[in-house]
Design a protein around this ligand. Sequence first.
Ligand SMILES: Cc1cc2nc3c(=O)[nH]c(=O)nc-3n(C[C@H](O)[C@H](O)[C@H](O)COP(=O)(O)OP(=O)(O)OC[C@H]3O[C@@H](n4cnc5c(N)ncnc54)[C@H](O)[C@@H]3O)c2cc1C
Length: 379
Amino acid sequence: MIELNEEQRMILDTVRGMAREKIRPRAAEIDEKQEFPWDTVKLYTENGLLTPLLPEKYGGIGAEYLLFCMIIEEIAKVCASSALILIAQADGMLPILMGGSDELKERLLPGFAAGRLAAFAATEPGAGSDALSMKTRAAREGDHYVINGQKCFTTNGSVADVISLYTYTDPERKFKGLTAFAVEKGSKGLSYGKNENKMGMRGSINSELFFDDMIVPVENRIGEEGEGAVNMMAALNTSRAFAAAQAVGLAQGAIDEAVSYAKQRVQFGRPIARLQGIQFMLADMAANTEAARLLTYQAAKYLDRGEHRRIPGACAMAKFIASDTAMKVTTDAVQVMGGSGYMKDFPLERMMRDAKLIQIYTGTNQIMRLVTARELLKE
Ligand SMILES: Cc1cc2nc3c(=O)[nH]c(=O)nc-3n(C[C@H](O)[C@H](O)[C@H](O)COP(=O)(O)OP(=O)(O)OC[C@H]3O[C@@H](n4cnc5c(N)ncnc54)[C@H](O)[C@@H]3O)c2cc1C
């Protein structure tokens, strides 16, 4: 299904080597210490991988969505948190690339390739699945906006140099009253609450953000007033494809661990890999992961081709199938390893905890099913 050119193959080989040699050895430690891996951010920056989707004129490599998904997959095989840093970077950067003025793009985008971090902030304590019920408001005063409100769970939140922020400029107009802003670190009135203590993906940061009469210049508005919801939905579609790729990588990483263990672990006088009960589990894990991978690549291809009618449904389907698969596969991989799978000496219990998050973020899997059904039933 997938034919890669020489350059794409070289990029993936580099990522695979980097994941194996540099990212994998750090995975357990950043999980245990709940440590944001600045060394990995540096590694991404040095290897041109912090913003592969960014066009070359802004310092990126102009990667296709498909290639970016494959990069995420390779990294997630060994460390889902490290893959999440790249996803959050893309989630924060793409709203500006897709909707920002030329001036805003020229001013902010090159920094993302050079090591500055981005974040995407829509969720609020009272507005999760129902994102349009958000309470954050922006009011224009001359050459700037005054923003009041708060966001929560924002990935990369307190470490981001630029946050793509969604707020109402005209709440009466609902969908058409939402506006996006690029909020820079150090903005007057921006403060940070707690960084969350999480079950999984503990090497990534999720923060509370507070806006108290925060001043944002008009030039930092992303697009026009009222264009925020369309921008947000577009960013969520891409984010769902990235989350699907992360889930596929996680599932594949778990299969690799389980297969290697099953070949070595001897019970009843032979490796457990020779037991049909174990083989059936491994076969289901492999088949379901491959199916999720193909759905994910298909969604990425629709994104690359700009097939707007197919994108929302394809990205939603890929996201819920891949993350449900990752949850099942990582749980079964723990089972294949028996008691050892439950221990922190092996990576599988971490993978199982990490998989759970992908069923929740960038739209829960219930919401993904609603989106899929809506597309299916559309006249
Ligand atoms: C670690 C982490 C990182 C995140 N990163 C970001 C980020 O970077 N930026 C950002 O903006 N947000 C982020 N989020 C927020 C995330 O997208 C939301 O948590 C998610 O959309 C669900 O919202 P909620 O948590 O408020 O759950 P709720 O919306 O309260 O949902 C609770 C339950 O009700 C179900 N439910 C809700 N509505 C329906 C419905 N209509 N039909 C059926 N079931 C329904 C849900 O599926 C869920 O099971 C992150 C969240 C987490 C946990």
